[in-house]
Write a protein that binds this ligand. Structure first.
Ligand code: GLA
Length: 445
C-alpha cells in the first residue's frame, strides 16, 4: 500500500467473451438507430458487492468491496456543443437532454438521468465552460446489467461510466483515484450523502480480488488500498431478497446524521475529531459513556454543538447515536480483522466476521429486513457456509454468502426452498466472480 494508480482506460477488456461481443454489436446498432452513423466509443463500469465494511465509508473507515461481472455500458459520441443527449436500451428509462455546466437543473427525484447530470456537473465545476457534450446510449439491461435496487450499486456504476466517457471524450487525464473522488462528490447531486466505496471500487477493482480500502484520504488526497484474494476453494453467492426500498435516501441520511451527531458529541472530549474514524483507537466503553442513546439536531444546537444536518433531516429527527456509533466502531475493527483472515486464507474467520457484521447491521444500525435476516439464517444452516450478511446500504437488496465450493449446490437449493416457503417467491441467486475495474471496451475482433 498504496497501490499503483494507472489511467482508467488502461485496463480494457479487449478479449470480450462471445456473449459480450454480441452485446457490443447490438449496442452499436441501437446507437446508430438512435443517433445516426459515425464514430462510437463504449465504456463500462461494474456493480459492486461489499464483502464487509458497511456504512463505514462516510465515517472515513474501512471497506472491502469487490466488482461484479454485471455492469453498465454506455456507447457515446462527442458533440460539438455542450449538450448531453441520453437514451437507454430499456424503455423504462426515458430519454433526457441537458446542457453541461456548473449548475445543471435536476430531473424529478428518482429520475435515472440525475446520476448523469451529477457526473457532468461535477466535471464542469473543474472545467468551467470548456466541456463538450455527447450523445449517449446506456445499456444496463438484464442479464448482463446490474439489478437495480439490489444493493449492488447500479447508480454509482452509472455515475462512473458517464464521468469516464465524458472525461475520455474531453481528453481529461484523471487517475482512477481522482475520478473516484469526483464521482463520489457527483452523487451527492441526488441528495444522498454516501461515501466513496462504490465509485472507488468501480474504478480500482481487480479481477479475482476484493479491494481493501481505507476511505480516509491522506493529506495529498491519496487513498491507501490493497487487493485481497478470496479464500481458496470458496465462492461468493449473492441472494437477492427482491425487496426494493423506495425511500433509502431519507433513512440513509438519518444514519449519516446520527454519525455526525456522535462526532459533535465527542468533539468536546476529542478536539481533533472530524469523523468517527478518529476515535477508533479508544476503548468502546469510554465512547459509550459520552454518547446518549438518542438525540436530535435541536438538542445538539441547544448545547452549542457544531452539527450539519444532511438533506431531509429536520431539527426534531431522532438520532440513535450510541447504537449507530457502536456499529461503525465495531465494523471498522471487523474489516481490519477480515483483511488479516484473508491474508491467512482463513475462510472460517472471514465468514464469522461477516455474520457478526450482519448482526451489527441488523441490531445496531437497523438496516435489515425480515427477508434479509431469513436469507442469512437459512444460509448459515447449510454445512460449508462460512458466513453471510446483507450487503450495501440495507433496507432491501441482497445478501452475500461465503461458502465452500462443495456446499454451493446444496446452499442454492436450501435458500430457494426456505425462502419460497416463507415469502412465496424464489430469491434470484448469483455466483459472484470478482470482475475488473471500469474502462473503455475496445471493439471485438
Ligand atoms: C451506499 C453508499 C456507500 C456506502 C454504502 C453502505 O452504497 O453509496 O457509499 O455508504 O451505502 O456501506
Amino acid at each position: 500500500m498504496p497501490q499503483t494508480d494507472t489511467s482508467p482506460a488502461a485496463e480494457t477488456n479487449d478479449h470480450l467473451p462471445r456473449h459480450q461481443a454480441e452485446r457490443y454489436r447490438r449496442l452499436l446498432a441501437a446507437f446508430e438507430r438512435t443517433y445516426g452513423p459515425g464514430p462510437i466509443r463504449v465504456f463500462r463500469a461494474p456493480g459492486r458487492v461489499n464483502l464487509i465494511g458497511e456504512h463505514t465509508d462516510y465515517n472515513h473507515g474501512f471497506v472491502m468491496p469487490l466488482a461484479l461481472e454485471q455492469d453498465v455500458w454506455v456507447a457515446v459520441r462527442a458533440r460539438a456543443d455542450a449538450r448531453v443527449r441520453l437514451a437507454n436500451t430499456e424503455a423504462a428509462f426515458p430519454p433526457a437532454t441537458f446542457t453541461i455546466g456548473p449548475d445543471i437543473p435536476a430531473a424529478e427525484p428518482g429520475h435515472w438521468s440525475n446520476y448523469a447530470r451529477g457526473a457532468a456537473q461535477r466535471l464542469a465545476r473543474e472545467h468551467p465552460s470548456t466541456l463538450r457534450g455527447m450523445d449517449a446510449l446506456v445499456d444496463g439491461a438484464a442479464p448482463w446489467g446490474i439489478p437495480r435496487g439490489s444493493g449492488l450499486s447500479s447508480s454509482s456504476a452509472l455515475t462512473v461510466v458517464i464521468a469516464l466517457a465524458l472525461a475520455a471524450l474531453n481528453h481529461l487525464n484523471y487517475t482512477p483515484t481522482r475520478l473516484a473522488h469526483l464521482c463520489h462528490e457527483a452523487e451527492w447531486y441526488t441528495g444522498t450523502r454516501g461515501g466513496i466505496m462504490d465509485q472507488f471500487n468501480a474504478l480500482l477493482a481487480r479481477r479475482g480480488h476484493a479491494l481493501f480500502l481505507d476511505t480516509r484520504p491522506d493529506p495529498n488526497g491519496d487513498y491507501h488500498f490493497a487487493y485481497a484474494p478470496l479464500p481458496a476453494q470458496h465462492e461468493i453467492l449473492l441472494a437477492d431478497s427482491g425487496v426494493r426500498h423506495r425511500n433509502v435516501g431519507g433513512e440513509f441520511n438519518r444514519r449519516v446524521a446520527a454519525c455526525r451527531a456522535a462526532v459533535a458529541l465527542l468533539r468536546p472530549h476529542f478536539p481533533h475529531i472530524t469523523h468517527l474514524r478518529d476515535v477508533q483507537e479508544q476503548p468502546w466503553p469510554r465512547l459509550a459513556a459520552l454518547l446518549p442513546e438518542q438525540t436530535t439536531p435541536r438538542a445538539l444546537a441547544e448545547r452549542g454543538l457544531d452539527f450539519e444536518a444532511p438533506p431531509g433531516v429536520t431539527a426534531d429527527t431522532v438520532l440513535k447515536v450510541r447504537a449507530r456509533a457502536r456499529h461503525v466502531y465495531t465494523e471498522n475493527r471487523r474489516v481490519l480483522a477480515a483483511v488479516e483472515a484473508m491474508r491467512a486464507g482463513d475462510a472460517a474467520r472471514l465468514g464469522a466476521l461477516m455474520t457478526e457484521a450482519h448482526r451489527s447491521a441488523r441490531d445496531d444500525y437497523e438496516i435489515s429486513l425480515p427477508e434479509l435476516d431469513a436469507l442469512v439464517e437459512s444460509a448459515l444452516a447449510v454445512p460449508g457456509v462460512r458466513g453471510a450478511r446483507l450487503t450495501g446500504a440495507g433496507w432491501g437488496g441482497s445478501v452475500v454468502i461465503l461458502a465452500h465450493t462443495d456446499a454451493m449446490p446444496r446452499l442454492q437449493r436450501h435458500l430457494t426452498q426456505t425462502f419460497q416457503a416463507r415469502f412465496g417467491r424464489r430469491p434470484p441467486l448469483t455466483v459472484c466472480r470478482p470482475s475488473h475495474a471500469a474502462g473503455e471496451i475496445l471493439p471485438p475482433a
